[in-house]
Ligand binder design. Structure first.
Ligand code: XIL
Length: 392
């Protein structure tokens, strides 16, 4: 039974979710998908076609080598309307040494996106975790000097890409990875608690028309972290900080959860603060050897996509990678490998997770109502290292 049929059967049986239908009118102004897409023939429609009809972005990441001609680049351009450079726009790539600008990698990824009509998610101006901050920045202890360096970095990066990159993850991971406290990072230590407001103000000054986002890890499974992030964003909004969206990473280190309703409510918590929300780094690690791994994984993707589609302010779902053959999770050193967390297998064939993702989009377009079930058991996250070593 296809997903869409299953949903319609459930709907007919009365197992409906009260708020119900997708708000298909909540468009973000995206153009219609490829006209070759015939909704009666699912295989004729890509994720990109379908998501654009719902006014949502569907994205993936890439490294410069992956946008060279080949199956990765073909899949990327065919299926996704948004591209997040996986590492190319990070501080450690762009300015590894003071004034030692390195734009080649980001240029390659951004040029590819523009050539294929994809939008770029500018990830990320400032990653507020010391592990991912270049040593020369971490060594600064004078507030005035750090402010100068921040302004130089943000003005230069936003200045270079501002005509092509219209939304930025201005700050990445301001909370500690596994916990609810603010992260202990050089910017907070040297500039004090107002450092987030300062960084957003710099980004706003660099491009007053850009959408400015805060991106965070683990709020979907670290106890209390969602509530801590809501409070942080509430404070920023109250203080008049120019913040327009909150990115939820969603690296699922388990095949269980999330509960559809609970996750939808988390997304709505941000909408209630007047900001957009997005799933920015979705991947779902499987357990090697589990015979049901891919169907469990498909269920997770379906629930995450569905929850987003049920919330009008949820603008985007981006997966952290394209093919199982290239995933950062296999290099963390903390998970059993291969993790096979993505939508396409090693040969770029669509997996059950892809069909579930597409099915959720099709169901939304068909105006399906959503069942309150199935809700899986509560998540039990695998222990992961808080800070994987970076390759930049
Ligand atoms: C990861 C990349 O995928 C790796 O290649 C790199 O070594 C470390 O960073 N949260 C984020 C992303 O916000 O930027 C991270 O990307 C994954 C976790």
């Amino acid at each position: 039974m296809t997903l869409i049929v299953a949903l319609l059967v459930l709907a007919a049986a009365g197992g409906l979710h009260p708020p119900g239908a997708i708000d298909a009118a909540a468009t973000t102004g995206l153009s219609e998908g490829d006209t070759a897409c015939d909704l009666r023939v699912p295989d004729s429609c890509t994720l990109r076609d379908l998501a654009s009809r719902l006014g949502r972005r569907v994205g993936a990441t890439a490294e410069p080598s992956q946008v060279l001609p080949g199956p990765f680049a073909d899949t990327l351009a065919r299926e996704f309307s948004s591209l997040t450079p996986e590492n190319a726009l990070k501080w450690y790539t762009v300015q590894p040494n003071r004034g030692g600008w390195n734009f080649g990698p980001a240029d390659a990824v951004v040029d590819f996106a523009v050539a294929h009509g994809m939008e770029v998610r500018g990830h990320t101006l400032v990653w507020t975790q010391d592990t991912f901050t270049p040593g020369w920045v971490k060594a600064i202890s004078d507030p005035a000097e750090l402010r100068t360096v921040l302004a130089e970095h943000i003005n230069t990066v936003v200045g270079r890409y501002g005509d092509r990159v219209h939304r930025w993850d201005v700050v990445n991971e301001p909370l500690e990875s596994i916990g609810t406290n603010p992260s202990d990072n050089v910017f907070g230590r040297v500039l004090g608690a107002g450092y987030l407001a300062e960084i957003f103000a710099l980004a706003h000054a660099a491009d007053p028309s850009a959408e400015l986002w805060l991106n965070e890890f683990g709020t979907d499974w670290v106890p209390g972290k969602h509530e801590a992030l809501v409070e942080l964003v509430r404070q920023l909004v109250t203080d008049g900080v120019p913040i327009h969206g909150v990115g939820i990473q969603m690296h699922r280190f388990t095949t269980e959860g999330p509960d559809l309703d609970a996750f939808r409510r988390q997304l709505e918590d941000f909408a209630a603060l007047g900001v957009k929300v997005a799933i920015t780094e979705l991947d779902v690690a499987t357990v090697p050897g589990d015979p049901d791994a891919f169907s469990k994984q498909a269920g997770t993707y379906e629930r995450v996509v569905t929850a987003c589609l049920l919330v009008a302010a949820c603008a985007e779902i981006t997966t952290w990678g394209v093919t199982d053959a290239a995933t950062w999770l296999d290099h963390l050193g903390t998970l059993p490998t291969p993790t096979r967390p993505l939508l396409f297998d090693d040969q770029y064939a669509p997996k059950p997770a892809y069909l579930a993702f597409r099915g959720a989009l099709l169901a939304a377009l068909a105006g399906a109502q959503w069942p309150t079930q199935p809700s899986p058991p509560p998540m039990t996250a695998l222990p992961v290292a808080a800070a994987p070593a970076f390759t930049g």
